[in-house]
Design a protein around this ligand. Sequence first.
Ligand code: HEM
Length: 198
Amino acid sequence: MGCAISGLATKSEFALKDGEEDAAAHPSEEQIQIIKDSWKVIRDDIAKVGIIMFVRLFETHPECKDVFFLFRDVEDLERLRTNRELRAHGLRVMSFIEKSVARLDQPERLEALAVELGKSHYHYNAPPKYYNYVGAEFICAVRPILKEKWTAELEEAWKATFQYVSSLMQQGYQEESLRQRNLTMSPKDRPDKRSTAL
Ligand code: HEM
Protein backbone atom coordinates (compact mmCIF):
# COMPACT_ATOMS: atom_id res chain seq x y z
CA MET A 1 0.00 0.00 0.00
CA GLY A 2 1.62 3.21 1.18
CA CYS A 3 0.40 5.73 -1.37
CA ALA A 4 -1.06 8.96 -0.09
CA ILE A 5 -3.31 10.88 -2.46
CA SER A 6 -4.91 14.10 -1.36
CA GLY A 7 -8.06 15.34 -3.01
CA LEU A 8 -9.80 12.41 -4.66
CA ALA A 9 -10.72 10.19 -1.70
CA THR A 10 -11.64 13.16 0.46
CA LYS A 11 -13.78 14.59 -2.30
CA SER A 12 -15.69 11.37 -2.78
CA GLU A 13 -16.27 10.93 0.96
CA PHE A 14 -17.54 14.43 1.53
CA ALA A 15 -18.92 15.63 -1.79
CA LEU A 16 -20.02 12.67 -3.90
CA LYS A 17 -22.97 11.54 -1.81
CA ASP A 18 -25.76 9.71 -3.62
CA GLY A 19 -28.40 12.06 -4.89
CA GLU A 20 -26.18 15.16 -4.93
CA GLU A 21 -25.08 17.06 -7.99
CA ASP A 22 -21.31 17.39 -8.40
CA ALA A 23 -20.51 18.66 -11.87
CA ALA A 24 -16.71 18.60 -12.12
CA ALA A 25 -14.87 20.80 -14.61
CA HIS A 26 -13.51 19.41 -17.86
CA PRO A 27 -9.67 19.09 -17.73
CA SER A 28 -7.78 21.96 -19.39
CA GLU A 29 -5.99 21.77 -22.78
CA GLU A 30 -2.59 21.47 -21.05
CA GLN A 31 -3.89 18.74 -18.75
CA ILE A 32 -5.31 16.81 -21.72
CA GLN A 33 -1.93 16.93 -23.44
CA ILE A 34 0.05 15.58 -20.46
CA ILE A 35 -2.60 12.91 -19.80
CA LYS A 36 -2.30 11.71 -23.41
CA ASP A 37 1.52 11.65 -23.20
CA SER A 38 1.49 9.69 -19.94
CA TRP A 39 -1.03 7.22 -21.36
CA LYS A 40 1.54 6.19 -24.02
CA VAL A 41 3.68 4.82 -21.15
CA ILE A 42 0.84 3.44 -18.99
CA ARG A 43 -0.81 1.49 -21.85
CA ASP A 44 2.10 -1.01 -21.97
CA ASP A 45 1.14 -2.13 -18.46
CA ILE A 46 -2.65 -1.95 -18.51
CA ALA A 47 -3.26 -5.52 -17.28
CA LYS A 48 -0.88 -4.99 -14.34
CA VAL A 49 -2.36 -1.59 -13.46
CA GLY A 50 -5.92 -2.98 -13.60
CA ILE A 51 -5.09 -5.70 -11.08
CA ILE A 52 -3.07 -3.49 -8.72
CA MET A 53 -5.82 -0.87 -8.81
CA PHE A 54 -8.59 -3.29 -7.78
CA VAL A 55 -6.58 -5.23 -5.16
CA ARG A 56 -5.70 -1.85 -3.59
CA LEU A 57 -9.34 -0.71 -3.82
CA PHE A 58 -10.49 -3.84 -1.95
CA GLU A 59 -7.73 -3.40 0.67
CA THR A 60 -8.46 0.25 1.36
CA HIS A 61 -12.26 0.08 0.92
CA PRO A 62 -13.45 -3.48 1.65
CA GLU A 63 -17.07 -2.32 1.24
CA CYS A 64 -16.37 -2.07 -2.53
CA LYS A 65 -15.49 -5.79 -2.68
CA ASP A 66 -19.00 -6.65 -1.44
CA VAL A 67 -20.44 -5.12 -4.62
CA PHE A 68 -18.66 -7.76 -6.73
CA PHE A 69 -20.49 -11.05 -6.74
CA LEU A 70 -17.34 -12.87 -7.91
CA PHE A 71 -14.93 -11.46 -5.31
CA ARG A 72 -17.02 -10.73 -2.23
CA ASP A 73 -16.17 -14.06 -0.55
CA VAL A 74 -12.44 -13.97 -1.27
CA GLU A 75 -10.70 -13.37 2.08
CA ASP A 76 -7.08 -13.55 0.95
CA LEU A 77 -6.63 -10.55 -1.37
CA GLU A 78 -3.16 -11.76 -2.45
CA ARG A 79 -4.90 -14.62 -4.27
CA LEU A 80 -6.73 -12.06 -6.39
CA ARG A 81 -3.45 -10.92 -7.97
CA THR A 82 -3.50 -14.06 -10.12
CA ASN A 83 -7.27 -14.32 -10.49
CA ARG A 84 -8.37 -14.49 -14.16
CA GLU A 85 -11.72 -12.79 -13.59
CA LEU A 86 -10.11 -9.85 -11.79
CA ARG A 87 -7.58 -9.53 -14.61
CA ALA A 88 -10.44 -9.48 -17.16
CA HIS A 89 -12.41 -6.96 -15.10
CA GLY A 90 -9.33 -4.75 -14.64
CA LEU A 91 -8.79 -4.82 -18.40
CA ARG A 92 -12.41 -3.75 -19.06
CA VAL A 93 -12.01 -0.79 -16.72
CA MET A 94 -8.61 0.13 -18.19
CA SER A 95 -9.99 -0.05 -21.71
CA PHE A 96 -12.72 2.37 -20.61
CA ILE A 97 -10.00 4.71 -19.29
CA GLU A 98 -8.20 4.39 -22.62
CA LYS A 99 -11.38 5.39 -24.49
CA SER A 100 -11.91 8.30 -22.09
CA VAL A 101 -8.36 9.55 -22.69
CA ALA A 102 -8.92 9.34 -26.45
CA ARG A 103 -12.17 11.33 -26.09
CA LEU A 104 -10.93 14.03 -23.73
CA ASP A 105 -10.93 16.49 -26.62
CA GLN A 106 -14.41 15.38 -27.76
CA PRO A 107 -16.45 16.19 -24.61
CA GLU A 108 -19.85 15.18 -26.08
CA ARG A 109 -18.59 11.69 -26.93
CA LEU A 110 -16.92 11.25 -23.55
CA GLU A 111 -20.05 12.48 -21.81
CA ALA A 112 -22.24 9.95 -23.62
CA LEU A 113 -19.84 7.11 -22.75
CA ALA A 114 -19.46 7.96 -19.04
CA VAL A 115 -23.14 8.76 -18.44
CA GLU A 116 -24.04 5.37 -19.96
CA LEU A 117 -21.46 3.67 -17.70
CA GLY A 118 -23.02 5.38 -14.67
CA LYS A 119 -26.40 3.98 -15.72
CA SER A 120 -24.97 0.44 -15.84
CA HIS A 121 -23.40 0.99 -12.40
CA TYR A 122 -26.87 1.67 -11.01
CA HIS A 123 -27.72 -1.90 -12.03
CA TYR A 124 -24.42 -3.22 -10.60
CA ASN A 125 -25.40 -1.65 -7.23
CA ALA A 126 -22.19 0.41 -7.28
CA PRO A 127 -23.10 3.89 -5.92
CA PRO A 128 -21.29 7.16 -6.84
CA LYS A 129 -19.72 7.67 -3.41
CA TYR A 130 -17.17 4.97 -4.38
CA TYR A 131 -16.19 6.18 -7.88
CA ASN A 132 -13.40 8.55 -6.87
CA TYR A 133 -11.68 5.80 -4.88
CA VAL A 134 -10.86 4.18 -8.24
CA GLY A 135 -9.10 7.36 -9.42
CA ALA A 136 -7.00 7.50 -6.24
CA GLU A 137 -5.96 3.84 -6.63
CA PHE A 138 -5.25 4.32 -10.33
CA ILE A 139 -2.85 7.17 -9.47
CA CYS A 140 -1.08 5.03 -6.85
CA ALA A 141 -0.74 2.19 -9.37
CA VAL A 142 0.66 4.26 -12.25
CA ARG A 143 3.01 6.52 -10.31
CA PRO A 144 5.79 3.86 -10.00
CA ILE A 145 5.42 3.06 -13.71
CA LEU A 146 6.00 6.65 -14.79
CA LYS A 147 8.91 7.08 -12.34
CA GLU A 148 10.63 10.45 -12.91
CA LYS A 149 7.99 11.39 -15.53
CA TRP A 150 5.49 11.69 -12.66
CA THR A 151 4.98 15.35 -11.65
CA ALA A 152 2.61 17.30 -9.43
CA GLU A 153 0.96 18.70 -12.61
CA LEU A 154 0.40 15.22 -13.98
CA GLU A 155 -1.14 14.10 -10.69
CA GLU A 156 -3.49 17.12 -10.78
CA ALA A 157 -4.39 16.33 -14.40
CA TRP A 158 -5.29 12.70 -13.60
CA LYS A 159 -7.28 13.79 -10.56
CA ALA A 160 -9.20 16.30 -12.70
CA THR A 161 -9.89 13.59 -15.30
CA PHE A 162 -11.22 11.09 -12.76
CA GLN A 163 -13.32 13.75 -11.05
CA TYR A 164 -14.78 14.68 -14.41
CA VAL A 165 -15.54 11.08 -15.42
CA SER A 166 -16.88 10.26 -11.94
CA SER A 167 -19.25 13.23 -12.01
CA LEU A 168 -20.60 12.11 -15.41
CA MET A 169 -21.00 8.56 -14.09
CA GLN A 170 -22.83 9.99 -11.09
CA GLN A 171 -25.14 11.88 -13.44
CA GLY A 172 -25.93 8.64 -15.30
CA TYR A 173 -26.46 6.75 -12.05
CA GLN A 174 -28.93 9.39 -10.85
CA GLU A 175 -30.79 9.51 -14.18
CA GLU A 176 -31.18 5.73 -14.13
CA SER A 177 -32.20 5.72 -10.48
CA LEU A 178 -34.95 8.30 -11.25
CA ARG A 179 -36.05 6.37 -14.32
CA GLN A 180 -36.37 3.16 -12.30
CA ARG A 181 -38.28 4.97 -9.55
CA ASN A 182 -40.71 6.33 -12.17
CA LEU A 183 -41.17 2.86 -13.66
CA THR A 184 -42.12 1.36 -10.31
CA MET A 185 -44.51 4.20 -9.41
CA SER A 186 -48.13 3.99 -10.46
CA PRO A 187 -48.87 6.47 -13.32
CA LYS A 188 -50.95 8.78 -11.12
CA ASP A 189 -48.08 9.15 -8.58
CA ARG A 190 -45.44 10.08 -11.18
CA PRO A 191 -44.24 13.70 -10.76
CA ASP A 192 -44.45 14.35 -14.53
CA LYS A 193 -48.09 13.16 -14.64
CA ARG A 194 -49.04 15.16 -11.55
CA SER A 195 -47.71 18.41 -13.00
CA THR A 196 -49.47 17.94 -16.38
CA ALA A 197 -52.79 17.29 -14.60
CA LEU A 198 -52.78 20.73 -13.00
C1 HEM B 1 -14.10 5.60 -12.13
C2 HEM B 1 -14.71 4.57 -11.64
C3 HEM B 1 -15.13 3.33 -12.40
C4 HEM B 1 -15.00 3.02 -13.71
C5 HEM B 1 -14.34 3.85 -14.81
C6 HEM B 1 -15.62 1.71 -13.90
C7 HEM B 1 -15.68 1.05 -15.11
C8 HEM B 1 -16.31 -0.17 -15.31
C9 HEM B 1 -16.39 -0.85 -16.59
C10 HEM B 1 -15.82 -0.33 -17.91
C11 HEM B 1 -17.07 -1.99 -16.38
C12 HEM B 1 -17.38 -3.07 -17.45
C13 HEM B 1 -18.82 -3.23 -17.75
C14 HEM B 1 -19.50 -2.06 -18.40
O1 HEM B 1 -18.93 -1.45 -19.36
O2 HEM B 1 -20.63 -1.72 -17.98
C15 HEM B 1 -17.45 -2.03 -14.98
C16 HEM B 1 -18.17 -3.04 -14.39
C17 HEM B 1 -18.46 -3.11 -13.05
N1 HEM B 1 -18.11 -2.21 -12.09
FE1 HEM B 1 -17.13 -0.47 -12.39
N2 HEM B 1 -16.10 1.27 -12.71
C18 HEM B 1 -15.81 2.21 -11.76
C19 HEM B 1 -16.10 2.14 -10.41
C20 HEM B 1 -16.67 1.05 -9.79
C21 HEM B 1 -16.80 0.88 -8.36
C22 HEM B 1 -16.27 1.87 -7.32
C23 HEM B 1 -17.43 -0.31 -8.15
C24 HEM B 1 -17.81 -0.98 -6.86
C25 HEM B 1 -17.91 -0.40 -5.70
C26 HEM B 1 -17.72 -0.88 -9.44
C27 HEM B 1 -18.38 -2.05 -9.65
C28 HEM B 1 -18.56 -2.65 -10.88
C29 HEM B 1 -19.27 -3.91 -11.06
C30 HEM B 1 -19.92 -4.75 -9.96
C31 HEM B 1 -19.21 -4.20 -12.42
C32 HEM B 1 -19.85 -5.41 -13.14
C33 HEM B 1 -19.04 -6.64 -12.99
C34 HEM B 1 -18.08 -6.91 -14.09
O3 HEM B 1 -18.11 -6.29 -15.17
O4 HEM B 1 -17.23 -7.80 -13.89
N3 HEM B 1 -17.23 -0.04 -10.43
N4 HEM B 1 -16.96 -0.93 -14.36
